[in-house]
Design a protein around this ligand. Structure first.
Ligand SMILES: *[C@@H]1O[C@H](CO)[C@@H](O)[C@H](O)[C@H]1NC(C)=O
Ligand SMILES: *[C@@H]1O[C@H](CO)[C@@H](O)[C@H](O)[C@H]1NC(C)=O
Length: 440
């Protein structure tokens, strides 16, 4: 990063010659966001829960090939193996749902909410509860209601009422999702028009932004380097006394991986290969674990409660994965959907012993960059939501994860709209961008 000034110079040339924001993002934002966002998910895999993955490998191993339907990709016929609840719990769930419905009729919405949440906490896979809660919140949050109906159907695919509810709400939810994508597309366009090649203030702000991001990212993954220490490493390349080599190496490896991607981005717009992914990973982990860096795993890994596919399948799964990445189907998705799905599918395969989260995030950002968007950054404050939506994807509905990624992108665009704006106030997204940056 010590070559930051030089990079900015070359960015200007690029900006001048290519009028779409893609190149702007691919250089400026990639450096600013990518490094960091890549760092931050080191430990992502660890939170992958899920009983869904533990039962039956046949259906699961075909997941990366699964046709992803535009508005229906949440519902896969994954084997569901809800733990047998004791009759005590079943009774308590039923009681809670009854009370919730009572509270609802009495107009006590808050209480009803709590009771539904309580029932779901007792048994997250109870179709009736999921469906009833969906009906309860449908007026205020149709997107979540539709998600709950989907979950109800995953738990019981012959739950006719959930099916009716889901069918009734799906079109509206699809429209909302479309609107969400349209919103980031508008901002991306605005960003491309607004960015100016000689904004010193922008460059300074971006640098600051970079350090703040690095701080958050590493805080998320448990890296103990402080903001100031991170800044120092990035600026001077010098080590921080008392901090582990590993923590330093994580930063250095990602920097190398980003440079590699930056170069392939600049020179090659063709297909992504398995080898490209290995090369990325080699750099991500090269300093940390030179032995496994750049190599697909040859052993079974266990990630929390999640058991990724057997290592003998990893090769084929990765070939399928890149086939999908290069497919017409993937190209027909909105880039945010594409990027988020790639992230998720990659995490599902878990092709490496370590560094899966970082590599998947790099891939996701690569897809976004190729489409002219900035890379997404998950902030420390969003960590819970990030993991939660991955858990929801594991449970069979990936749309919350896609929405989450889209929101991250929306935030990034707001932040950059503020940073590149001449008029610093008045416009809602610029105000929002300012707030987002200030919060960081
Ligand atoms: C699934 O839902 C249907 C229809 O609502 C119901 O009759 C059936 O008992 C449910 N199955 C299970 C396993 O709960
Ligand atoms: C990214 O690529 C551009 C063009 O190839 C180059 O000028 C720039 O130095 C690269 N940045 C990094 C960090 O490698």
């Amino acid at each position: 990063m010590e070559s930051g000034a030089g990079d900015n110079k070359s960015q200007k040339d690029t900006i001048l010659t290519i009028n779409i924001s893609s190149s702007v993002f691919s250089v400026i934002l990639f450096l600013l966001g990518g490094v960091i966002s890549a760092i931050l998910i080191t430990n992502l895999g660890i939170v992958l829960p899920t009983q869904k993955f533990t039962s039956g490998t046949t259906e699961l191993s075909t997941l990366p090939n699964t046709e992803v339907q535009k508005f229906d990709y949440g519902l896969r016929n994954w084997p569901v193996s809800p733990k047998q609840k004791s009759s005590d719990v079943a009774g308590e769930v039923q009681a809670a749902v009854h009370q919730a419905l009572d509270a609802h009729t009495q107009g006590k919405k808050e209480k009803a909410h709590k009771l539904f949440e309580h029932a779901l906490a007792l048994d997250p896979h109870h179709a009736d509860t999921l469906n009833a809660y969906g009906e309860f919140i449908e007026d205020e949050d149709i997107v979540r209601a539709n998600h709950l109906y989907s979950c109800a159907l995953i738990a019981n695919n012959s739950h006719s009422r959930a099916l009716t509810n889901r069918e009734r709400t799906s079109a509206a939810v699809a429209e909302i999702d479309k609107g969400m994508f349209a919103k980031v597309d508008d901002k991306q366009l605005q960003m491309g028009q607004q960015i100016s090649e000689n904004s010193r203030a922008l460059q300074r702000a971006q640098e600051e932004f970079l350090y703040l991001q690095i701080y958050h990212t590493t805080a998320i993954e448990g890296n103990t380097l402080s903001l100031e220490q991170m800044r120092s490493i990035m600026e001077t390349g010098l080590a921080i006394g008392g901090k582990s080599i590993m923590e330093h190496n994580e930063v250095l490896g990602l920097n190398l991986a980003l440079q590699f991607i930056n170069d392939t981005l600049q020179h090659r717009f063709g297909k992504i290969t398995v080898n490209d992914i290995l090369q990325i990973h080699k750099r991500v982990l090269g300093h940390v674990d030179p032995i496994t860096a750049g190599n697909l795993r040859t052993t079974q890994v266990f990630v929390g409660g999640y058991i990724p596919p057997p290592s003998v399948e990893v090769n084929d799964l990765m070939e399928d994965f890149v086939d999908w990445m290069n497919s017409e189907e993937a190209a027909s998705l909105h880039p945010v959907e594409f990027a988020a799905l790639a992230h998720y599918k990659f995490i599902y395969i878990h092709p490496f012993i370590d560094g899966n989260g970082r590599t998947s995030r790099l891939l996701m950002n690569l897809i976004l960059l190729r489409a002219g968007y900035p890379p997404v950054i998950v902030k420390l404050s969003q960590r819970g939501q990030y993991y939660e939506t991955i858990i929801q994807a594991n449970a069979g509905d990936i749309r919350p994860f896609i929405r989450f990624i889209c929101n991250c992108l929306d935030d990034m665009l707001d932040a950059y709209l503020w940073l590149t704006s001449d008029s610093l106030d008045g416009i809602p997204e610029i105000e929002e961008g300012r707030r987002l940056v200030e919060e960081m």
